[in-house]
Design a protein around this ligand. Structure first.
Ligand code: ZN
Ligand code: ZN
Length: 326
């Protein structure tokens, strides 16, 4: 009997250990091209619904994801009467987390709102105010939220998330804890997404602590370090907007490869020291594309990250529409 119980427990444990996070990149750039702005979907791969991590581009990213086979679970029959793209947007995005109120993180949400279904939007207080006062105000766009001025269409329930407070993220089966970030002294945020099997960190735009005169990244590293040491953190998404050639005073609250590497080095103080980030997956987001001939910023940033990578971090540059499991 004991043996049977133990066997059951073990098989239960391995099923949990196998569960992971399914991430689909809907938009990977930090501006300029309106069809490819920051947004990632994440779900526990045993759950149908995703949480959208920012919402710069939604429908164009879903279309790319379908082209690349990143939504194998969504058949035409399942989606009917909607298109597969429409079904994923309306039914499989279960909730939104918005890291900060900049347009390149919310454009897809605003423009798609008339076709969306009732959902929760989670964000820190400042971001909720920006959505309410500057976008969904009947001037920039109709008020699709449940609060604010004028008549309220009520598609979105605006949920203010306080720092370090655990929240259940709608119907996704995930929970999250938000940590503040400094983005040219504008408030941005990181969300630590968790389920029973582990956690995943999503960073909105952020500058390095030294340039922002902030301790916010250091505070985030103190939280993430022990999770890395315990093998509970499956990966993270963080920005590297500009290559190393851009001067510090022109970064406007963003990271370069050199600054990210410096910050990750400081993370190792809390994750078990030298070698503790070996093979740890770090997805690079929010690269600012160049419109100049012959400039490939993605390639430059990848090369600069690899060159300075004495931590052994596994840097990943996901393409729009690509899917990865963590
Ligand atoms: Zn941005
Ligand atoms: Zn920003």
């Amino acid at each position: 009997m004991m043996k049977k119980v133990l066997a059951l427990c073990l098989s239960g444990y391995s099923a949990l250990a196998l569960a992971g996070f399914d991430v689909v990149a809907l938009g990977v750039d930090g501006g300029v091209s309106d069809g490819n702005l920051t947004s990632y979907l994440i779900r526990n791969d045993s759950q149908p619904q995703y949480l959208a991590l920012d919402a710069g581009s939604l429908l164009p990213g879903i279309a790319k994801g379908l082209e690349k086979g990143s939504f194998p679970q969504v058949t035409l029959e399942l989606a009917a009467p909607y298109t597969q793209q429409g079904y994923i947007f309306r039914q499989l995005i279960g909730a939104y987390f918005i890291s900060h109120g900049h347009l390149d993180h919310v454009a897809g949400l605003i423009i798609g709102a008339p076709e969306d279904t009732k959902k929760n939007i989670y964000a820190q207080a400042d971001t909720i105010l920006t959505l309410r006062n500057h976008y969904f105000n009947w001037k920039a766009w109709p008020n699709f939220t449940d609060s604010g001025n004028g008549s309220r269409l009520g598609t979105y329930r605006l949920q203010t998330v306080r720092p370090q407070q655990r929240v259940t993220l709608g119907v996704t089966g995930l929970s999250g804890v938000m940590y503040p970030l400094s983005h040219d002294r504008y408030p941005s945020s990181m969300l630590l997404v968790s389920d029973r099997s582990g956690s995943f960190a999503y960073f909105g735009d952020t500058g390095a602590d030294a340039l922002e005169q902030s301790r916010n990244l250091d505070s985030a590293w103190r939280v993430l370090g022990p999770l890395i040491e315990q093998k509970k953190l499956k990966g993270m998404i963080i920005e590297t907007s500009y290559p190393n050639e851009v001067e510090d005073k022109k970064l406007y609250g963003h990271l370069t490869p050199a600054w990210l590497l410096k910050e990750l080095k400081s993370l190792t103080q809390y994750s078990g020291g030298e070698g503790s980030l070996k093979d740890f997956p770090v997805v690079i987001s929010h690269i600012k594309p160049s419109l100049k001939q012959g400039e490939d910023v993605r390639a430059t940033i990848k090369q600069q990250l690899d060159q300075g990578n004495n931590l052994g971090v596994k840097f990943l540059l996901m393409e729009q529409g690509e899917r990865q499991t963590f």
